[in-house]
Write a protein of this length. Structure first.
Length: 113
């Protein structure tokens, strides 16, 4: 459903999912009508598929400052939701994977707490 007529975006998504699995470990994928969730107890990241790009969102407990961030929402005193658009594999780098790993750890801590 997400990738109909979007072969390049599907390849980019698969590359991202594989990179995240290698970085954070085990999680499940939930495909919803709006997006694809990466879940380890709770959702730690989500992907929306567009023409010519995918957008990954994740939440952290701190404010980031980076030109790579398309948008962010200050959800609560210690929760920020970030969106980063990706058009090529080169954008799936250690910095992005560090942020997603931090989100994974944050949600694992919330789940345990």
């Amino acid at each position: 459903m997400h990738f109909t007529g979007k072969d390049q975006e599907k390849h980019l998504y698969q590359y991202l999912e594989h990179a995240i699995r290698n970085r954070v470990g085990s999680f499940i994928v939930e495909s919803l009508p709006c997006c694809i969730h990466f879940v380890s107890g709770t959702t730690f990241a989500a992907v929306r598929v567009f023409r010519k790009k995918i957008q990954v969102t994740f939440s952290l407990s701190r404010k980031l400052s980076s030109k790579r961030i398309d948008s962010f929402v200050h959800m609560s005193a210690h929760r920020y939701l970030y969106a980063v658009s990706l058009q090529g594999e080169d954008e799936i780098d250690s910095k992005l994977l560090d942020w997603i790993h931090e989100a994974y750890d944050l949600h694992a801590t919330r789940k345990a707490g």
